[in-house]
Design a protein around this ligand. Structure first.
Ligand code: FES
Ligand SMILES: [Fe+2]
Length: 424
C-alpha cells in the first residue's frame, strides 16, 4: 500500500474514493489495531450492567479480554483478564457476581478490586515476591459519559469528553428519553459474526442510500400493514439536518421518523392498545423537555456512530452495538437493547420486540444488511482489478440541500480513519 493512497478526496472535482485494498489486506488490519484500536476510545459497557458490588461482565475489547466490574469499594474498573502469574484468563464466565476471581490454572485469587489475595504455597517464593505488585492490571484509561463506559489503551489519549465532540449531543437525546435520566441495558445480548471487513458495518450503520433497495421486504410489509412508506425517498429534514459529521470521525444519520418509533407514531404492528400509552409517553416528553426537544427525542430517529465502532441505533427501539475485527474479512458484532429504567411492562415488551424483530440478527433489517456486507466482501476479491469504491454522493450540494441518501457523514468517517492511519 506504500504507493497507493487509501482515499482520494477532491472537493473541487467532487471525487471521493476509497481504495478497496483496505477491506482485504491483513497488513491494513495490523495497522488499524495499533493506530486505531490502540488509540481510540472503545465502548466497554453501561453502568447498569454492574449495578452491585461484585457484578462483572467479561468482554473482548480492542482484541483484549477484559473484565468490566464494580469492586466491593463501589468503584467501576476494567481489568485486563489475564492472570499476573502466567497469563490465563482469570475469569471465564460471561457475567455474574463475584467477591473473588480465582485463576483455574494454579489458583491464584484476586478480589474484585483487583488485589492478589491468595497464592497457594506462597512460602516457596523468595523474599522479592510481592503480592502488592501482582494485582490485576487495569486498562490505561476508563471514563464514562452519562453511564456509557469507554476505555482507551493509550494512557495519553485526549479526555473522553473531548473525544466525543458533537456525539455528546446525540447521547444526550437518548438519555433524555428516560423520565429519570436513567437508562438500563436490558438482559439478553445479540452476538453474531459477519464475514466482512469491520469498516463495512461502520458505513452500513448510517448509510441511508441502501435502505430502500436492500430493505425492500420491510417496506413491503409496512405497506401491507397500511403504513405510508413514501417518506424515505430522499427526505429533506431541514430542522436537524441529515447525515452529519460530529467531529473526530463520529457521525450520525438524523431522520424524520418513518419506521414506527413507538413513542412517536402509532403503527399497526404495535396493536391498537399501544396508542394511548405512546401518546402518554410523548406528552411526558413535551412537558419535561419542551416541544422542540420532545420533537427531536420522539419524532426523529438517528443512527449514531462513535468512531471507530460504537453504533447507537435510536429508532423503533434503542440498540447499543459494537463490533470488532476478528480478521480482515470477519467481524464479531455484539448488540444490546437499552431503555429507560422503570418503563412500563408494555413499553418494555414493545422495545424488546423491536430489538428482536427489526434490529436483531433474525429481524427485518439486520439479515438484509449482513447479506449485503458479505456479498460486498465477496465482490471486492476483485480489488486488484476494480480498485476504488465511490463515496461522493451529495459532494457538490450545499448543506441545506443534502438528502438522507447523501454521504457527507460517511466521508467524515473515512477522513478520520485515513488521518489516523497516516500517523506513526
Ligand atoms: S496462570 Fe493463573 S495461577 Fe497460574
Ligand atoms: Fe440496513
Amino acid at each position: 500500500m506504500d504507493t497507493v493512497r487509501y482515499i482520494i478526496d477532491d472537493s473541487e472535482q467532487a471525487v471521493f474514493k476509497v481504495h478497496r485494498s483496505v477491506f482485504v489486506k491483513p497488513e491494513i488490519l495490523e495497522q488499524e489495531r495499533s493506530k486505531i484500536f490502540d488509540r481510540c476510545w472503545l465502548y466497554v459497557g453501561h453502568v447498569s450492567e454492574v449495578r452491585n458490588p461484585g457484578d462483572f461482565r467479561t468482554r473482548v475489547v480492542g482484541g483484549r479480554p477484559v473484565i468490566f466490574t464494580k469492586g466491593a469499594d463501589g468503584e467501576i474498573r476494567v481489568f485486563l483478564n489475564s492472570c499476573t502469574h502466567r497469563g490465563t484468563l482469570v475469569c471465564r464466565e460471561r457475567e455474574g457476581n463475584a467477591k473473588t476471581f480465582r485463576c483455574f490454572y494454579h489458583a491464584w485469587s484476586f478480589n474484585n478490586c483487583g488485589e492478589l489475595i491468595a497464592v497457594p504455597g506462597e512460602d516457596a517464593y523468595g523474599p522479592n515476591f510481592d503480592k502488592g505488585h501482582l494485582a490485576l492490571r487495569e486498562v490505561p484509561r476508563l471514563a464514562h459519559y452519562k453511564g456509557f463506559y469507554l476505555l482507551n489503551f493509550d494512557a495519553h489519549a485526549e479526555s473522553l469528553t473531548h473525544y466525543l465532540a458533537g456525539a455528546k449531543e446525540y447521547l444526550d437525546i437518548i438519555v433524555d428519553q428516560s423520565p429519570t435520566g436513567e437508562l438500563e441495558i436490558i438482559q439478553g445480548t445479540q452476538e453474531y459474526d459477519i464475514a466482512a471487513n469491520w469498516k463495512l458495518l461502520a458505513e452500513n450503520s448510517f448509510d441511508d442510500y441502501h435502505v430502500a433497495p436492500t430493505h425492500i421486504t420491510y417496506f413491503e410489509y409496512l405497506k401491507d400493514s397500511g403504513v405510508n412508506v413514501a417518506i424515505p425517498k430522499g427526505l429533506l429534514m431541514p430542522r436537524h439536518g441529515l447525515g452529519k459529521a460530529l467531529g473526530n470521525g463520529h457521525a450520525v444519520i438524523d431522520n424524520q421518523t418513518y419506521r414506527g418509533r413507538p413513542i412517536a407514531y402509532w403503527m399497526p404492528m404495535y396493536g391498537e392498545e399501544a396508542r394511548e400509552e405512546i401518546a402518554q409517553i410523548r406528552a411526558e416528553l413535551v412537558s419535561r423537555l419542551g416541544e422542540e426537544r420532545a420533537y427531536r427525542a420522539a419524532d426523529t430517529n438517528r443512527n449514531l456512530l462513535i468512531f471507530p465502532n460504537l453504533v447507537i441505533n435510536d429508532g423503533s427501539s434503542v440498540t447499543v452495538r459494537t463490533f470488532f475485527p476478528l480478521t480482515e474479512r470477519r467481524m464479531r458484532v455484539t448488540a444490546w437493547a437499552i431503555g429507560p429504567v422503570g418503563e412500563s411492562a408494555t413499553a418494555r415488551a414493545r422495545r424488546l420486540d423491536s430489538f428482536l424483530t427489526f434490529y436483531g440478527p433474525g429481524g427485518f433489517a439486520t439479515p438484509d444488511d449482513v447479506e449485503a456486507l458479505e456479498v460486498l466482501q465477496q465482490g471486492i476479491a476483485t480489488w486488484k482489478e476494480v480498485e476504488w469504491s465511490d463515496l461522493s454522493r451529495g459532494m457538490t450540494k450545499p448543506i441545506e440541500e443534502q438528502l438522507n441518501t447523501d454521504e457527507p457523514h460517511l466521508r467524515a468517517f473515512w477522513r478520520r480513519w485515513n488521518e489516523l492511519m497516516q500517523t506513526d
